[in-house]
Design a protein around this ligand. Structure first.
Ligand SMILES: Cc1cc2nc3c(=O)[nH]c(=O)nc-3n(C[C@H](O)[C@H](O)[C@H](O)COP(=O)(O)O)c2cc1C
Length: 364
């Protein structure tokens, strides 16, 4: 049983959150071609702050001027133009009463639009499953990636750390989320069929998690112990929606215990439906497994928690916060609507159009 409720304030490390509702990270490919966020992205993020969310987690931001960019028109955080663009957004979100966490990502093999490099890198030279996402301007198969060298792995770790320091020190973010989910580079290292390495970065489930743990250590060292740091992980991937961790619930417990020991301030779990059993042979959701394996680690739950009832059930299962994706696009004022008992707008697929365009009526 839990006595937590959605509109209770709490803290993630030193970051005070006025309620338990966050906007889930959502790529909107609405930056300039060179990855600089502008006015329309400011308006886009500001709406969620005005609508009562405690915090917004940004879309995944690329971390270097080499292989990390994933989508054309994706925003980055690797140079002063991009950092200045983000500073205007973080200032605006703060002015409207919310916090903002930067999600940092590396595409690995599933890049489909990179202005810096035509080729891709991955743990192993394995053809990615699935096809490029057409609504992000992609088409056809992904390229066959090159296997990363040790020097390239070290460079990725350094880029996560440098970008995290820039996010906090220059761009004004309140925290960092490392994107270890959804099929991108860190998840490619974590996944058995994309990581065929025989060095220390491959092997059993804990060896496959070791790059994520190394990134956490490097970022923590750069941002210090007081800044909020989280990691997002998932089973499903944008290019392999149904994937389940081969090691099942026992493996999941091992992973959550390792992440709890790593010194992160929160674990962000995303599933297609966060409340459902995570594995065929167990009745536990991923949130319930994480709560058992890491009793003191704050958990953000995500995935189809689009009503007050389902969001409340996630807290009941052991989550501390709920991140809302598509329903937040349809209802940037989701928390205010729930509080005032106003109905939610249904999600419309047109809202997935590749931009963060904001209707004039929403800017009033
Ligand atoms: C348009 C769109 C873009 C997304 N981009 C990201 C992203 O950049 N980083 C990430 O971790 N998840 C991303 N996701 C996944 C969402 O954060 C979330 O996990 C998913 O929408 C399920 O939550 P929901 O049922 O509340 O929508 C994206 C989802 C959508 C719909």
């Amino acid at each position: 049983m839990t006595d937590k409720h959605l509109f209770q304030s709490d803290k993630l490390n030193r970051l005070s959150l006025k309620n338990r509702l966050l906007v889930a990270p959502m790529t909107r490919i609405s930056a300039s071609v060179d990855g600089v966020p502008g006015e329309r992205m400011q308006q886009y993020y500001q709406r969620f702050a005005r609508g009562g969310f405690a915090a917004v987690i940004t879309e995944g931001l690329y971390i270097d001027e080499s292989w990390s960019q994933t989508y054309a028109f994706q925003a980055g955080l690797v140079n002063s133009k991009q950092a200045t663009g983000w500073r205007a957004i973080t200032d605006s979100v703060h002015q409207h009463g919310a916090k903002i966490i930067a999600q940092l990502m590396h595409a690995g093999a599933i890049s489909q639009g990179n202005i810096y490099r035509p080729d891709t890198l991955a743990p192993s030279a394995v053809q990615p499953r699935g096809e490029q996402l057409s609504f992000y301007h992609g088409h056809g198969a992904y390229s066959l990636p090159c296997e990363m060298s040790e020097a390239q792995i070290q460079q990725v770790i350094a880029s996560f750390a440098d970008t995290a320091a820039r996010a906090i020190g220059v761009a004004g973010f309140d925290g960092i989320e490392i994107h270890g989910a959804n099929g991108y580079l860190l998840d490619q290292f974590f996944t058995d069929y994309t990581n065929q390495r025989s060095d220390r970065w491959g092997g059993d489930i804990s060896a496959r998690l070791s790059l994520t743990l190394a990134v956490i250590r490097a970022v923590r060292q750069r941002i210090g112990s007081d800044i909020t740091l989280g990691v997002r992980i998932s089973q499903g991937k944008v290019n392999d929606f149904q994937h389940k961790w081969r090691e099942g619930e026992a493996g999941a417990r091992q992973v959550f215990a390792l992440l709890a020991e790593s010194g992160i301030d929160y674990l962000h779990l995303t599933e297609y439906d966060a409340l459902q059993p995570a594995f065929a042979d167990s009745s536990h959701s991923l949130v319930q497994i994480a709560r058992l394996a890491a009793p003191a680690l704050p958990i953000i739950a995500n995935g189809n928690l689009s009503t007050a009832e389902t969001a409340g059930m996630a807290l009941h299962q052991g989550a501390d916060y709920v991140a809302i994706g598509k329903s937040a696009l349809a209802n940037p004022d989701w928390p205010a609507r729930i509080r005032e008992q106003r109905p939610l707008q249904a999600f419309d697929k047109q809202l997935l159009a590749p931009s963060a365009d904001v209707k004039n009526s929403e800017l009033a």
